[in-house]
Design a protein around this ligand. Structure first.
Ligand code: ADP
Ligand code: MG
Length: 294
């Protein structure tokens, strides 16, 4: 991602690897009392790995990975990388998707080898596409989520074909960063489109108690607005297309440098190396800078 139309680096800010859109951004840091954190790619590394493959009756693993990886080739989501790499490692063909569409927070669709393929949240396949999860598929989703993982249900030609379960790891410094936010008087909130099991597992590792899972991109925006309506001044940290609206609505939007262009463009600050400790440093630095100005 190239942050082109950005950014004025304040001297110390750029030393810390923090790009600040303009001096007016500093003012926004003063009254912040709440920091909302996206999970995947923000609190976690986003370097997901495939942990399990579950097939519906009569399906073949090679087909499942081939179709899933080909549809994901159009996606910028960390889930896509895990699935594409797994397919390539097994020597499977990964084809360019036709008529690809991403549904941020839900999944992806495309035509692959003339078949209409969808991959995403099980509940989205049911409600959006009218598909039924077979018992073995529904069970694999539950087991994966209970383990704190993310289950991607894959379907083509109107039938569910299997589940790919992917796991992620929390960034090394995430827990320390949460402690620093609390020292700065900020209440952390974990906000994710992922399932409640995956969210709870990450929240426990980093010591956050306010956790909101299964939240769509629109829901992320609504959450920011509701916190503001309740009188809070809100920073939002995110990396995805699904975070862009929430980043723009927050009093201070902070993007991960590893994130999508949509997130970086919507944010006031970009943390180049994605280290959440640097987010705390940026807020402390901005407040201190203001302190010396006043
Ligand atoms: P987060 O808020 O943790 O970054 P997202 O809002 O990006 O999560 O995604 C929420 C859920 O939507 C994912 O956990 C996954 O189930 C589904 N999803 C999103 N993008 C994709 C994709 N490219 N392929 C499959 N599933 C996806
Ligand atoms: Mg994310």
């Amino acid at each position: 991602a190239t942050p082109t139309a950005l950014l004025v680096g304040t001297g110390r800010g750029s030393q810390l690897g923090i790009l600040i859109r303009g001096p007016q951004v500093l003012e926004q840091t003063r009254r912040i009392d709440t920091i909302v954190l996206d999970k995947t790619g923000t609190v976690t590394t986003g370097q997901m790995t495939l942990a399990a493959i579950t097939l519906a009756d009569g399906e073949a693993e090679g087909d499942l990975l081939h179709f899933a990886a080909s549809v994901e080739l159009g996606s910028e989501h960390p889930i896509a990388r895990a699935i594409i790499d797994s397919a390539r490692t097994r020597g499977l063909d990964v084809d360019s998707p036709e008529s690809f569409l991403a549904h941020p927070g839900h999944g992806v669709q495309a035509i692959i080898d003339g078949r209409f393929v969808v991959a995403g949240r099980g509940s989205w396949l049911e409600t959006q596409w009218g598909m039924n999860l077979t018992p073995s598929v529904a069970d694999a989703v539950l087991v994966g989520e209970r383990q704190g993982k993310t289950a991607i249900v894959v379907a083509w030609d109107g039938a569910v074909r299997g589940v790919l379960t992917v796991g992620d790891t929390v960034k090394d410094t995430a827990r320390e960063a949460i402690g620093r936010f609390e020292q700065l008087g900020l209440t952390p909130v974990l906000l994710t489109g992922d399932n409640a099991g995956a969210a709870a597992a990450v929240a426990a590792q980093i010591g956050v108690t306010d956790v909101r899972a299964g939240i769509t991109p629109q829901g992320k925006l609504d959450t920011i607005r509701q916190l503001q309506a309740d009188g809070h001044v809100v920073a939002m940290v995110g990396d995805g297309v699904n975070d862009a609206a929430a980043l723009a609505a927050a009093d201070l939007g902070i993007a991960m440098g590893s994130g999508t262009d949509a997130a970086i463009t919507a944010a006031d600050i970009t943390v180049m190396n994605g280290d959440l400790v640097a987010v705390g440093d940026a807020i402390r630095l901005a407040r201190r800078t203001l302190g010396t100005i006043k």
